[in-house]
Design a protein around this ligand. Structure first.
Ligand SMILES: [Zn+2]
Length: 249
């Protein structure tokens, strides 16, 4: 039987989005017949197939799907991450043997030494800090546009999420925080992060930015916010949650 459903056709951290959308249909209808596809999930009751290494197609960033639907963005991001995992795990890092894909799970297996590799996921914290009616927002060097957002950073080896939040906030802004609360998480396929979102309250200190990480940082009254991240990002949700909290009190 021919595969029908949604198609994540991915290569080099990008995916095929004809007309800006994730393609739906049969393999032959989309010109994808005869290739090895693998199911990676379902969307709206229909299977989603992953097809890796299609360098000839016109590829785009999965970011284009951010504003559509959360589940669709998540599924497409999963496909792009898995394609990238397979592309970067062709040989075993321990013994150099060529590896093959497991049929039972998303893993690469080495017959040389028996090692098994799973997709790498990098946990990352992101935190909205509140002080009265204000929120701490910063401009990061990595953003090309003048956009202000909350602080974020990667979890280090041997560190808890909570320790990471306190360390990142201190390193990037010089501030100490209290009343840390977990909010939600979001898989973020750029290239393989898991954003773990928190809210916190200001506890002490003056803003001293880390110039290697930030262009600037300041307290913004929630009624006068600068340009903030787009809808669909967890940063946006954290900022909106904090605005709602300030208005409540
Ligand atoms: Zn090996």
């Amino acid at each position: 039987m021919e595969h029908e459903g949604w198609w994540v056709v991915s290569n080099g951290r990008k995916l095929w989005l004809p007309d800006g959308e994730l393609p739906y249909g049969t393999a032959s209808g989309l010109g994808l017949e005869g290739k090895h596809a693998r199911q990676i999930g379902e969307y709206q009751g229909k299977p989603c197939w992953l097809l890796c290494h299609e360098p000839s197609m016109n590829m785009e960033s999965v970011r284009r799907l951010l504003a559509t639907d959360r589940l669709l963005f998540q599924l497409a991001g999963r496909g792009v991450q898995l394609a990238e995992f397979y592309r970067s795990h062709r040989w075993c890092g321990y013994c150099g043997t060529q590896m093959h894909h497991s049929d039972k799970e998303f893993a690469c297996l080495c017959e040389g030494c028996g090692e098994r590799y799973y997709p790498q996921i990098a946990p990352c914290i992101i935190v909205a800090i509140r002080k009265g009616d204000s929120i701490l927002l910063a401009q990061h060097h990595r953003h090309k546009q003048p956009i202000f957002t909350v602080l974020a950073g990667f979890v280090e080896a041997g560190e808890t999420l909570e320790e990471c939040v306190h360390r990142e906030v201190m390193e990037e802004s010089g501030l100490s925080i209290k009343n840390l609360h977990y909010v939600a998480s979001q898989p973020w396929p750029f290239p393989h992060s898991l954003m773990c979102a928190f809210t916190a309250e200001y506890a002490g200190g003056e803003i001293i930015i880390d110039p290697a990480e930030l262009k600037n940082a300041a307290w913004f009254n929630v009624s006068q916010l600068p340009k903030i991240p787009e809808i669909g990002t967890i940063a946006r949700r954290l900022i909106e949650d904090t605005v709602a909290l300030c208005r409540q009190d």
